[in-house]
Design a protein around this ligand. Sequence first.
Ligand SMILES: Cc1cc2nc3c(=O)[nH]c(=O)nc-3n(C[C@H](O)[C@H](O)[C@H](O)COP(=O)(O)O)c2cc1C
Length: 155
Amino acid sequence: MNLAIIYTSVTGNTKELAAILGGFIKGFGVDVQMFSIEEFPLRQLGQYDAVVIGTYTWGNGEIPEEMLPLYWAFENQETETIVTGVFGTGDQFYPHFCGAVDKFRDMLYVQSELAVTLKIELTPQLQDLKRCRKFAEIVVSRLRQNCPAGMDKIS
Ligand SMILES: Cc1cc2nc3c(=O)[nH]c(=O)nc-3n(C[C@H](O)[C@H](O)[C@H](O)COP(=O)(O)O)c2cc1C
């Protein structure tokens, strides 16, 4: 089973959240490859069993520009069997809190096996950890349903 976390972050909030979620996913026994969006080879999207996307929100509830090629890749490549999750940080001050998460969610629901979404206010806090762990648990459990051959053996 191979899982990629692909994130974008300007001031560090979403990167921090990506690291927390990556840690929980690893804790559930799944290898995680972590990429900033600039590092991720879009042509290899279809090689992943699971892709977890992390994004902040820009403008008026918009997806940041650097994430659009990834959004289009899901629309244009064969991604229907990829298990996905989308998380983001945002600011409740804005009318469309984490609007980019909602936009990715609507697309991923159609183009992939969307398992779960998560929205966090700015920097992740201690009280957010329970939701972060739950997000990781749901992604891993959906991945194991989809890839039974790749399941870890519990002795
Ligand atoms: C110009 C500007 C527009 C923003 N628009 C939104 C928005 O529409 N909705 C939202 O939830 N957050 C919005 N934010 C807040 C950021 O998404 C938030 O600070 C986020 O945690 C930044 O993530 P990063 O630290 O990973 O870069 C905006 C921030 C800026 C500076």
